[in-house]
Design a protein around this ligand. Structure first.
Ligand SMILES: C[S@@+](CC[C@H](N)C(=O)[O-])C[C@H]1O[C@@H](n2cnc3c(N)ncnc32)[C@H](O)[C@@H]1O
Length: 303
């Protein structure tokens, strides 16, 4: 047994007091998760305990001295153990914040990432400069529905077509769409990229799988073991899906429309080359995320 595993086993077996209080349970969970290698053990423990007790993180401190019922304690211990085996917190608490919404998530969908919010920021800034222009939007590879839902809420005059190959992902998206009562504004389509469409979109957003298939097994266990392969696997060099998608998008983008594509920064040059082949006259730029990485390809179709 290596040192970390030994520390973990020791921390896990360390007895909690018989009727632990909120504060004691939090300390225990933090210790177990630190020993399991979590980079954010305290935060994880707070989120898990808050979920079990129906309290926010700050409310935990108000209830610090209150005992946990045996049932709640058992539930919390189970979640801590699952987290210690690298199951993502978002799947355990079945929720993830994205831009200005809270989404239901489980292992059927990718957990929406903060960097994907750049697509939203850019789309909304562009929409503001072109008031009333956007009537049809496509979100390709919608997953939990994150992009479709935020865009629909901010652009109520537009209809959003949210596409995914995975029927399971679409069930999760449907749940989130119902939560925000957007059923009439968002249509879910099960399909392969844009093959189901002949229509014209003023805005297309896509966060499609872009991880090189040879890198999948080297991802952190949180991702490799728990997130859906279909949401990650971009095939050879991570470019197979994007290479199929770009010519389709060129057929579907309106004369003065905008396409925003999330990429792996390491692929920026290659994706720009593919984009140039499909959009020879477009204005193609790379946008950086807050860490300074080229994260979004912006294609403004000039006709
Ligand atoms: C990286 S995830 C992004 C999910 C969501 N848009 C987000 O940003 O959180 C990619 C999504 O594309 C879907 N997908 C993969 N291949 C596809 C294809 N050929 N056509 C449509 N969707 C596809 C996956 O099922 C997955 O939901």
């Amino acid at each position: 047994m290596n040192k970390m595993a030994a520390e973990f086993a020791q921390a896990l077996s360390r007895e909690l007091p018989t009727n632990p209080k909120v504060g004691e349970a939090l300390h225990w969970g933090s210790r177990v998760l630190a020993a399991s290698g979590s980079e954010t053990p305290r935060l994880d423990a707070e989120l898990l305990l808050g979920y079990v007790l129906g309290l926010s993180r700050s409310q935990l401190y108000v209830h610090w001295e209150e005992p946990l019922s045996p049932k709640k304690l058992q539930h919390y211990q189970e979640l801590v153990q699952r987290r210690a085996q690298h199951e993502p917190v978002a799947y355990l608490v079945k929720s993830r914040a994205f831009y200005d919404v809270e989404l239901y998530v489980d292992a059927r969908v990718l957990i929406p990432r903060p960097e994907t919010e750049h697509l939203i920021e850019e789309a909304l800034a562009w929409a503001q400069q072109h008031p009333g222009y956007i009537r049809q939007i496509a979100d390709v590879g919608t997953g939990s529905g994150a992009l479709a839902i935020v865009l629909a809420r901010h652009l109520p005059q537009a209809h959003v077509w949210a596409v995914d190959l995975s029927a399971q992902a679409l069930s999760v998206a449907a749940r989130n769409i119902a939560r925000y009562q957007l059923e009439t504004q968002i249509t879910l389509i099960q399909g392969d990229l844009l093959t189901a469409f002949r229509g014209t979109f003023q805005l297309i957003v896509a966060n499609l799988p872009y991880i090189d298939h040879t890198e999948l097994s080297h991802l952190p266990p949180e991702v490799a073991t728990y997130e859906p392969r279909l949401a990650l696997n971009g095939g050879q060099e991570g470019l197979e899906i994007l290479a199929r998608f770009l010519p389709q998008a060129a057929e579907c983008l309106a004369a003065h429309g905008l396409l925003l594509l999330e990429i792996d920064p390491r692929q920026a040059a290659q994706v720009c080359k593919l984009a140039r082949a499909s959009f020879p006259k477009a204005n193609i730029t790379l946008l950086r995320d807050y860490a300074g990485w080229e994260r979004v390809v912006r294609i403004a179709h000039e006709g």
